[in-house]
Design a protein around this ligand. Sequence first.
Ligand SMILES: [Zn+2]
Length: 271
Amino acid sequence: MKFARLAIAACLLALGSLPASAAGVDKLYVLYCGEGVGADQSRWSPGVNVGVPLAVSDNCYLIHHTQGGWFLWDTGFPDALAATPDGVSAAGGALHVKRTKTLTAQLDEIGVKPSDIKAMAISHTHPDHIGNVELFPQAMLYVQKAEYEWPGENGAPRFKSEHPVTKLEGDHDVFGDGSVVIISTPGHTPGHQSLLVRLPKTGAVLLSGDAVHFKDNWDNRRVPALNFNKEQTLASMQRMADILAKEHAQLWINHDKPQSEAQKKAPDYYE
Ligand SMILES: [Zn+2]
């Protein structure tokens, strides 16, 4: 009887420990996906720091889920940009952008083939975020319906119609266990989204996308003049602030260069 009870207890322990150790996210890599210099910071902060240049980072984030496999958040500037090491002028001369290392090379360094990536999401459809979507033609793309259907230049579609897609209308729990949750944060673009990642050691991290571009704008709730909708942007920032408080989460701002430079980069990772 005693042995039977012990055996049952051991069995329960084994079962009980399995989901806890085998579920969820175990790795988050910050990948270099380009960089840029804006000639005038006030492009993003109306009336503030007029004529002062601003250097920006451009990151992608690769997440490993113990059951769901590899998930990519944002894809950065196209890898082809790396063929021009000095970079190119963009946004009508308002920006100078470059990419000194490809996304493919960084994936290769950590032993991940593009075909290993089963799912991906982009914060929005600006060129510094969607440049490599078609490196992963097999990956399920999670995007807000409002962003997917937002007409591009001359009414062109923003994605290839054959790319597998899940069109969202609001938040989405990617793996169904709360470890990776897409958070709808419209305003910068019609269907902009951010990503909440709950890491076992680092804790919760909210990946901003371009809901905010750098810390000073976050601290002062400044909205770039080029944003699609100012009121939506402010409401999204408030929603993010509420999530940060509730989750005791860190806000990782994609384009904030000082913050990005202080972060571990692939092949190193956060757990
Ligand atoms: Zn951007």
